[in-house]
Design a protein around this ligand. Structure first.
Ligand code: ASP
Length: 348
C-alpha cells in the first residue's frame, strides 16, 4: 500500500446550496471553527471519530446551518433531524433519523453505534433510546434557531430543479415568491477526518430539505449515501438533493473510486460528474483518500468548507459556481482560494 502523505487531516462542509454574499463570512467562520475544533483533537492523538463528532456538533450548534439548531422546517412546521457517524477502521456506523427533541443528533448516532445493538433508529424510538442513555431531550422549539430568536418567520418553500433552464439551473419555488429568503437558508453539515493512527471517520448531520414531508428522510443518515468511511480506501460526506444522492449511493461510490486508485479530488470530480450524468442530481462532496489528500466538488452554486492539513493553517471559504456548466468542476474556487481554475485542493 502507498505511504500516507499527510496525517492528521480534517475537512468539513457547511452545505451545498446558495449562500448569500452577506452570509459568506458567517458560513466560512462556522466551518473554520468546526475544522479547528476537530483539528485540535486530532493533534492531541484523538481518534478520527472523536474529531468528526466534535466538528459536527459545532456546526449543529450554529444556527446558520441546516443541522441541529436552526434547521429547515418541514411542511408541518417542525424540525426533524437526521445524522450518521461511521468509523473507517471497523466499517461500523450509527445513525438516527426524524428526531425532533435531540440537540446534537450526531452524538446520538455515535451512541447508537457504540452502545446499542442496532445501527439505525428513527423517530420516537431514537428519542427513547437517547433518554435511556441519559441524553436530555430538548424542547422542539429549541431547534428553531433564528425563528425563535427574532422576528423572522418561516417561509414556505421548496427547492426544485429544472435541467432545461439556462444559467444556474436551480430554482426556488417560494410562497410568497422571494428568492432572497431561500438564498438565506442554512445547510447540511459534514466532517471527514484521518487521525494519527491512520484511521478514517465521517459524520453527517442535517435538518433535511426545506418543507419536506413529515417523516421524509434523505441521503444524509443512510450509510453509503450521506457518508462512508473505509480505512483501506478513503472517506466521503455528501450534501445536496437527497432524492438524487441516494440513487447513486454517492459516498460509497466516491470511496469505491478512491479504492480503484483515484486521488480524493479526482474522485470528488468523478462522483459529482456521475451524479449529474446518471440522475441529473445536484450536490457536493468532501473526501479524504487513503494517503491523506483532501478533495471537494459540487455542482450547486456554493459549498461552504474548511480543511486543515499538517503544517498548514486552516483553509476555509465558500466555493462558488455562478453557472453550472461543468458538473463536478468547482471552477469558481480559483477566485476564492487562488488555486488553479479546477478547484484542486489535493495536498501533493
Ligand atoms: N442531503 C440532505 C437531504 O436531502 C440535504 C442537504 O444536504 O442539503 O436531506
Amino acid at each position: 500500500m502507498e505511504a500516507v502523505l499527510n496525517y492528521p487531516v480534517i475537512i468539513v462542509h457547511g452545505g451545498a446550496w446558495y449562500i448569500r454574499d452577506r452570509d459568506v463570512e458567517g458560513h466560512t467562520a462556522g466551518c473554520r471553527e468546526a475544522a479547528l475544533v476537530g483539528w485540535e483533537l486530532l493533534k492531541g492523538g484523538a481518534p478520527a471519530v472523536d474529531a468528526v463528532e466534535a466538528a459536527v456538533r459545532v456546526l449543529e450548534d450554529n444556527p446558520a446551518y441546516d443541522a441541529g439548531r436552526g434547521s429547515y422546517l418541514n411542511s408541518a412546521g417542525r424540525v426533524q433531524l437526521d445524522a450518521i457517524v461511521m468509523d473507517g477502521r471497523t466499517l461500523d456506523f450509527g445513525a438516527v433519523a426524524a428526531v425532533e427533541r435531540i440537540r446534537n443528533p450526531v452524538s446520538l448516532a455515535r451512541l447508537v453505534m457504540e452502545r446499542s445493538e442496532h445501527r439505525f433508529v428513527v423517530g420516537a424510538g431514537a428519542e427513547a433510546l437517547a433518554e435511556s442513555y441519559g441524553v436530555p431531550l430538548c424542547d422542539p422549539d429549541d431547534l428553531l434557531g433564528r425563528i425563535n430568536e427574532g422576528s423572522w418567520s418561516p417561509p414556505r418553500y421548496r427547492i426544485v430543479t429544472d435541467p432545461t433552464a439556462e444559467g444556474g439551473l436551480i430554482h426556488a419555488a417560494v410562497d410568497p415568491p422571494d428568492l432572497t429568503v431561500v438564498q438565506g437558508a442554512g445547510d447540511t453539515v459534514g466532517a471527514v477526518a484521518l487521525d494519527v493512527s491512520e484511521r478514517l471517520a465521517v459524520a453527517t448531520s442535517t435538518g433535511g430539505t426545506p418543507d419536506k414531508w413529515p417523516g421524509r428522510v434523505g441521503d444524509s443518515p443512510l450509510v453509503g449515501c450521506g457518508a462512508y468511511a473505509d480505512d483501506t480506501a478513503g472517506a466521503a460526506a455528501a450534501t445536496g438533493v437527497g432524492e438524487a444522492l441516494m440513487r447513486i449511493v454517492t459516498s460509497k461510490t466516491a470511496v469505491d473510486m478512491m479504492a480503484e486508485g483515484l486521488a480524493a479530488q479526482e474522485a470528488a470530480d468523478a462522483v459529482i460528474g456521475k451524479l449529474w450524468e446518471r440522475v441529473r442530481g445536484y450536490g457536493g462532496v468532501i473526501l479524504i483518500d487513503r494517503r491523506g489528500r483532501v478533495g471537494l466538488a459540487h455542482n450547486t452554486p456554493n459549498l461552504a468548507y474548511a480543511y486543515v492539513l499538517p503544517g498548514q493553517s486552516v483553509v476555509a471559504g465558500v466555493a462558488r459556481e455562478t453557472r453550472i456548466s461543468a458538473p463536478g468542476r468547482a471552477e469558481g474556487l480559483a477566485a476564492v482560494r487562488g488555486l488553479d481554475g479546477r478547484g484542486r485542493v489535493t495536498a501533493d
